[in-house]
Design a protein around this ligand. Structure first.
Ligand code: DAH
Length: 346
């Protein structure tokens, strides 16, 4: 091969290589182009092999052309490589773009369950009068749940509490919070002002006003000279705080084995304000709790001398109070925990 032919071939390769470099779509393709023109077995290298066949005087000249072509292709490859990197970065940035002006996702905020909130409201009112919260066990013994509350075995009054028994000697799920009275009397000394909120259990068919699991708040006051009038005054304050200051109240005779006398405490119907409606059985009154003067037998079981001390007690169903406060007509709603229901109490 002579100088002219070789030079012409190199120039054609330069043109081909520059087109190929420009057309490389990504880094891998560019590398491929580099290898095929400039690599050890590349087209340009291949041509330079023939340099040995040239006259000695021509060799430096073809060497200069070859270097120039190689340099031009290398330089074009560097430029192309930078362009490809820049384009790749550009598209990655575009894909990862975060729009900082997009509104955030709202985090759902929880709120207090209406039953817990009602217990807190009850605690708060009695707390103003010095009542301190105590808690007794949910699994009770028969003696404390019944016998010490003046309800001996086989006493017909046991029918008031359909009991769920636990498979342990004489234990049961407490049917009311009243056994807490015995525990407080045994653990503390008068004057006593105790509030006992807690979960209770009964073997009941479930309907809009009955559950087999529900909450009560029990109250107990024991001191010298405690009277039914004190009880009435306290309960009036409570009723006015929860249901409105203008609401009339009344005591009706009632029966509980652990109080004597026993009363039912009524407030003017919160639905019809006393006019009479289906919610109050057209009486204009709603019973919100049971109460009475602690029976001397119960005081004695509590280790308290009934000759010196008197006490009153009361007990209320929290679901019932919550229903009246919020106009809820089915107590099952409190157990279902449907967020659409609960969200209304925020
Ligand atoms: N323990 C009663 C019940 O579950 C409620 C009650 C009535 C509690 C009168 C009392 C009370 O402390 O004096 O139905």
């Amino acid at each position: 091969m002579d100088l002219e032919t070789m030079t012409a071939q190199l120039e054609r390769l330069r043109a081909d290589a520059l087109v190929a470099v420009e057309g490389a779509a990504d880094a891998a393709a560019l590398e491929q182009v580099h290898v095929s023109f400039l690599g050890r077995k590349g087209a340009i290298t291949e041509i330079l092999r023939g340099i040995a066949g040239l006259d000695a005087a021509d060799r430096p000249r073809i060497g200069a052309v070859a270097n120039d072509v190689r340099g031009a292709v290398e330089a074009a490859a560097v430029v192309r490589d930078e362009a490809l990197r820049a384009a790749e970065l550009e598209s990655r940035l575009a894909a990862e773009t975060v729009d900082v002006t997009t509104p955030g996702r709202r985090v759902a905020r929880g709120s207090r369950h209406p039953i817990a909130e009602t217990v807190a409201a009850i605690d708060e009112v009695f707390g103003r009068f010095g009542f301190v919260v105590h808690e007794g066990p949910e699994i009770e013994d028969d003696v404390t749940n019944f016998q010490m509350l003046n309800i001996p075995a086989d006493h017909p009054a046991r029918d008031l509490w359909a009991t769920l028994y636990v498979d342990i000697d004489d234990h049961l799920l407490r049917t009311h919070t009243s056994p807490g009275q015995i525990r407080v009397m045994r653990e503390t000394r008068p004057p006593i002002r105790a509030l006992l909120p807690g979960r209770c259990f009964r073997y009941e068919a479930v309907d809009a006003s009955h559950a087999f699991e529900f909450f009560q708040v029990e109250g107990l006051m024991v001191d010298e000279g405690t009277s039914l009038a004190d009880l009435r005054g306290l309960l009036d304050e409570f009723a006015h705080a929860l249901f409105g200051a203008a609401r009339a109240t009344r005591f009706r005779p009632g029966y509980y084995p652990f109080t004597e006398p026993s009363v039912a405490f009524d407030v003017e119907c919160v639905v019809c304000d006393g006019g009479g409606c289906p919610a109050c059985g057209r009486t204009g009154w709603m019973t919100i709790l049971g109460a009475g003067m602690v029976h001397p037998v119960v005081l004695r079981y509590g280790g308290i001398d009934p000759e010196r001390y008197q006490g009153f007690a009361f007990g209320m169903g929290v679901e019932r109070i919550a229903m009246l406060r919020h106009g809820v007509h089915d107590l099952r709603l409190f157990m279902e925990n449907d967020l659409r229901f609960l969200e209304q109490f925020r």
